[in-house]
Design a protein around this ligand. Structure first.
Ligand SMILES: Cc1ncc(COP(=O)(O)O)c(C=O)c1O
Length: 395
């Protein structure tokens, strides 16, 4: 299978991990040799409630017997999409109320950027250094890492970058600015939290000059940081909220939410301002609705903060310089990128899944399912510590 994987399936890297998956359950993925891997990554923050959650599977099966795709997004009334958007609205502060469902995170970012331009009739977009918002052309344009986008230029014009957490850069947000787009906690940059008061200041500056604030919660959203949305920690409500990944419970999804008044601009002038065939797909909406209910009706968010503490208390080692992030969106920062690489690869051999972050080579991702048990957290942490001990003894 590996030969065919490499020959026929387009690759994103010259060295894929290439584990051949047999099945997955709870916090474990099993390969075709029957080996179990404890999952500290959750499909890169996507499998919020673990693998094969019965509530999600049930919801998918129930919908499967009724109908699949029947019509392009937004024309017919399809219960799963209505229920999902209504449930989201009931857990969001005003004025966030109306949600547009897409097929992926990056597509939701595209929709949010378009909405901001349409609403303000301005073209300038302000994003942050080391930001990651996805890989389509608009999202790539607001990625704050030139090395990975140079080859694809020209991209969107009128994009400016500011330093994340640098309040003195906020003066660059002006009456020419259509929107400021930020990740609530920067992911690819190394799980950087906003400093106290920073997002509030961004919010105030945007309001002052009539620019819209877009917060990308594709990674921190849906309970991962201990609240349903990361922005709830920082006293800052965006004009447009973008979600994805963990909302789908293992199915592909993206969503952007705004006030009804704002979102309705996409209907007219030009008409069909943002359209998609499969966005809001009934199977995916049913899975997302079940996922959201599971997160809301259990103590997963509260426990994410307790589990963060368990990890922080346990993972103490001279080769670890820092643990960044919040809840179960954590990054181990180790002394060098070589140590990060060998930790990830050696842990994979031992049966623990870890992964890299996009722009911080010394970081190792720890984003397990929110449903992971304390025993499995300790087991995984011990595997990390043992591996770091081995690395230390070799040097
Ligand atoms: C913060 C953030 N924004 C946007 C995206 C893009 O989402 P997708 O890969 O679903 O297009 C990601 C994915 O990693 C992300 O972490």
């Amino acid at each position: 299978m590996k030969v065919e994987f490499l020959k026929y399936q387009a690759q994103t890297t010259t060295m894929p991990l290439a584990m051949e998956v047999s099945h997955a359950e709870g916090s474990y993925i099993y390969d075709t040799n029957g080996k179990a891997y404890l999952d500290f990554v959750a499909g890169v923050s996507a499998c919020t409630i673990g693998h094969g959650n019965s509530r999600v599977i049930e919801a998918i099966k129930k919908q499967l017997d009724k109908y699949l795709h029947v019509m392009v997004y937004g024309e017919y009334i399809q219960k799963p999409a209505v229920e999902l958007t209504k449930l989201l609205a009931s857990h969001l502060p005003k004025p966030l109320e109306k949600t547009y469902l897409t097929n992926s995170g990056t597509e939701a970012i595209e929709g949010a950027l378009k909405l901001a331009k349409r609403a303000t009739q301005r073209s300038e977009i302000i994003a942050a250094n080391k930001a990651y918002h996805g890989n389509t052309m608009g999202s790539l344009s607001v990625m704050g890492f030139e090395e990975r986008k140079q080859a694809f230029r020209p991209l969107l014009p009128d994009v400016r970058f500011i330093g994340f957490n640098n309040a003195s850069h906020l003066k660059h947000i002006t009456k020419k600015t259509a929107c400021v787009i930020l990740e609530t906690l920067q992911g690819g940059a190394g799980f950087i939290e906003p400093k106290k008061g920073y997002l509030r200041k961004v919010r105030e500056r945007c309001t002052e000059v009539g620019a819209l604030l877009i917060l990308d919660e594709i990674q921190p959203g849906i309970g991962r940081t201990g609240k349903l949305f990361g922005f709830e920690h920082y006293n800052c409500i965006p004009d447009i909220l973008v979600t994805g990944k963990g909302l789908g419970g293992g199915m592909p999804i993206g969503a952007f939410t705004a006030s009804g008044q704002l979102m309705d601009l996409l209907m007219d002038n030009p008409k069909l301002g943002h359209i998609t065939t499969f966005g809001g797909h009934p199977l995916i909406a049913a899975a997302a609705h079940a996922t959201l209910k599971e997160v809301l009706e259990n103590d997963l968010m509260e426990n994410a903060l307790k589990k963060e503490q368990l990890i922080r208390n346990h993972l103490k080692h001279p080769l670890i310089t820092e643990i960044r992030g919040k809840g179960l969106m954590l990054a181990l920062i180790v002394q060098s990128s070589d140590i990060a690489n060998s930790l990830i690869l050696e842990c994979q051999n031992k049966g623990l899944i870890l992964f890299w972050l996009l722009f911080e080579p010394k970081a190792v991702r720890i984003t397990p399912p929110l449903t992971i048990s304390d025993e499995d957290i300790i087991k995984g942490c011990n595997m990390i510590l043992d591996t770091l001990d081995e690395t230390a003894s070799k040097s």
